[in-house]
Design a protein. Structure first.
Lengths: 543, 119
């Protein structure tokens, strides 16, 4: 068996003979690390702790003893939670045993060592931990997948409804986002509505269904570009009850919290705090809080988006109108939340990150359900990933270059914060070739050109280098793009994405172009070298 | 000299030890290593009349006790156990006597092992 697959066991004992004897007893099924005292053991824990499957620990050692090692492992709880410790000590006094068990030790092998016992105990401890970890991961995955699928289904359904509105479907996503942000702030502000994190997720998911009643509204009224007549307005108002009735008539699941919440939202999201809403004229907190929040989110989104009957207002005007009760009277607490969340809202609505928003919902539900279980290892993995991610983000943020990565499926271009700020683009750009904002910075021709070059590379360690002109407002500047492809892992070498950097080379590049021009004007008789093009692949150029 | 004879010579329990370690090769291997282990030497060095290095002596004899346990060196196990307790929380009366006993038992064990390996 190759070393790489063997579980790693750390043996901590100041006697070399003891360590050697244990290693002999364990046999070659394990890869063994040794430490001759507590200090050494702690060092290994920090450096390679996440690799260890088990630790055999002596108590009496010179310098830092076994108890101190256990204390360290408890202070950094991920250690004691993910590395089972078996104490191997000649000390068999109850005091020692008790203290060891209190410190989270899993088992105790007394001396003299017995071949069979050592092997079996180690095996058992390992199996227990491995099975536990696998189970936790399996269950978390299952839940996550389920929640994700429901989220997606809800999204699809609501998009179907929105489709008739000739709106971009952003409406549903925006309501989802605004609802979630408002609820988070509300949660922090007051206990009055007894909301939990779980509620926040459920209400945000259910908010996607708030306008399903619109499917009963004739298209002529729905998409009328002008003012509605009073009769037409009455028709539109029926969409609240219509949606609620549709949900009511679902033959099963009437106990389901998601359905109940969706019912509340559908029926009452046009109620107003002062009782002048519709359809039932509910007042104040008679209106379920879910409906209140979605009602406010709906108004905010309607104001800040283009509609057939009006253009979009900017954020500040929308805020002003809402706070002046020009669009109905709202719960003052909610208005406070809206004010508190102003910046966050604007930022989040700028992102086009559709699936990441849905993922957040599903993932939160999944991990919430398992808050009780000791998921130390998954949490640790997440922590490690998070650490790597924040490192990468930091390096990207202090760089003047624009770092980007692209995936083919989903068709998504992600750019670093520098790019977001310099070019006023969102961080995540879906379908980049069709994204208007991106195309105002770089031409489709250049995008395709870079991608074709990337597709042509057979290996991931090869690079594309080219110069493109990027437009920033009314400035055009030259950038060098260096990128490498990400290929399928299955050996097909199909391109799955790319990773790269765009650096501003405007000054040097224009200088070089000038020099070229000068050079050419110096020798008019000679045939002109290759014509200037806006794109040049300059692999050998000193720049 | 066989392993069994060696153990008999210093009064150890060969069959029990073999039960635990399973392979005679392992027993012999570790008997050899026992001779080279520094804990006895450290014990002798640090066990002083004035008790100034008793902490060290305690750890040394504690280690020695563990080794003896593992290898079934019964008489030495007993005397080093006794000395360990006598030194555990400060030196207790009778420690010096125990110490002498440990030296005696160690000599018996090491003598027998040397004979075994033909040194």
């Amino acid at each position: 068996m190759s070393d790489r697959n063997k579980p790693k066991v750390l043996i901590v004992d100041d006697s070399e003979l003891n360590r050697a004897l244990l290693i002999d007893m364990l046999g070659d099924r394990y890869e063994v690390l040794e430490a001759q005292d507590g200090e050494h053991a702690i060092e290994i824990l920090w450096k390679r702790g996440h690799e260890l499957a088990l630790m055999l620990l002596d108590i009496v050692m010179p310098g830092i003893d076994g108890f101190e090692v256990l204390e360290v492992m408890n202070r950094n709880s991920w250690m004691i939670k993910s590395i089972p410790v078996i104490v191997i000590s000649a000390e068999t006094g109850t005091r020692t045993l008790n203290r060891a068990f209190e410190l989270g030790v899993v088992d105790y092998i007394s001396r003299p060592f017995n071949f069979m016992i050592v092997q079996k105990r180690v095996e058992n401890a390992l199996m227990l931990y491995v099975k536990q970890r696998k189970l936790i991961a399996l269950v978390e995955d299952e839940i996550y997948e389920n929640e994700k699928r429901s989220s997606l289904l809800i999204m699809v359904l609501s998009h179907i409804v929105e489709f008739r509105n000739k709106e971009s479907g952003l409406h549903v996503m925006n309501i989802n986002t605004v609802t979630r942000v408002l609820l988070k702030h509300l949660l922090k502000k007051t206990e009055r509505y007894g909301l939990t994190d779980s509620d926040v997720t459920v209400i945000s998911m259910a908010s996607s269904l708030h306008d399903i009643g619109k499917i009963t509204i004739p298209g002529t009224i729905l998409n009328k570009p002008g003012r509605l007549t009073p009769e037409e307005f009455e028709v539109i108002k029926t969409h609240s009850m219509a949606g609620a009735r549709m949900l009511e008539e679902i033959p099963f699941g009437q106990d389901d919290i998601l359905l109940k919440t969706a019912y509340q939202i559908c029926r009452w999201h046009h109620e107003r705090y002062d009782g002048r809403g519709y359809p039932d004229g509910l007042v104040g907190d008679d209106i379920p809080i879910a409906a209140q929040v979605v009602g406010l989110a709906d108004v905010y989104d309607a104001l800040t988006s283009d509609r057939v009957y009006k253009p979009a207002f900017d954020h500040d005007s929308a805020m002003r109108m809402i706070l002046n009760n020009e669009c109905g009277v709202f719960n003052p607490l909610l208005l406070e939340c809206l004010r508190d969340a102003e910046d966050e809202l604007q930022r989040k609505l700028m992102e086009d990150a559709y699936s990441s928003r849905m993922d957040v919902d599903a993932h939160m539900l999944a991990s919430e359900k398992y808050a009780g279980i000791d998921a130390a290892v998954s949490a640790r993995t997440l922590r490690l990933l998070e650490y790597e991610r924040s490192k990468a983000q930091f390096y990207a943020s202090i760089s003047e270059d624009i770092l980007f990565d692209y995936s083919v499926n989903p068709d998504l271009l992600t750019i670093s914060q520098t790019g977001v700020e310099k070019f006023n683009l969102p961080e995540s750009i879906y379908y980049p070739r069709k994204n208007e904002r991106l195309l105002s910075c770089i031409s489709v021709k250049d995008l395709d050109m870079v991608f074709e070059k990337l597709k042509a590379l057979p290996r991931e360690d090869m690079r594309v280098r080219c110069e493109v002109e990027l437009r920033n407002g009314d400035r055009k500047e030259w950038y060098r793009i260096i990128a490498r492809p990400i290929l399928a892992a299955d050996g097909s070498h199909e391109i799955r994405g790319a990773v790269g950097v765009a650096s501003n080379i405007h000054r040097e590049y224009t200088k070089m172009l000038d020099l070229e021009k000068q050079y050419r004007s110096y020798k008019p008789e000679k045939a002109a070298p290759a014509a200037e093009s806006t794109i040049a692949e300059i692999d050998t150029h000193p720049f | 000299m066989t392993l069994e004879e060696c153990y008999e010579k210093f009064g150890g329990d060969y069959s029990e030890t073999l039960e635990r370690l399973v392979m005679p090769e392992l027993v012999e291997k570790y008997l050899r290593r026992f001779l080279k282990d520094p804990c006895y030497k450290l014990l002798v060095e640090s066990f002083r009349e004035d008790g100034s290095r008793d902490r060290e002596a305690f750890q040394a004899v504690h280690t020695l006790k563990g080794l003896c346990l593992n290898l079934g060196l019964t008489p030495l196990t007993q005397s080093s156990s006794a000395l360990t307790e006598a030194l555990r929380d400060g030196r207790k009366p009778g420690a010096e006597t125990q110490f002498e006993q440990v030296k005696k038992d160690y000599a018996a064990v090491s003598g027998a092992i040397c004979e075994l390996i033909g040194a």
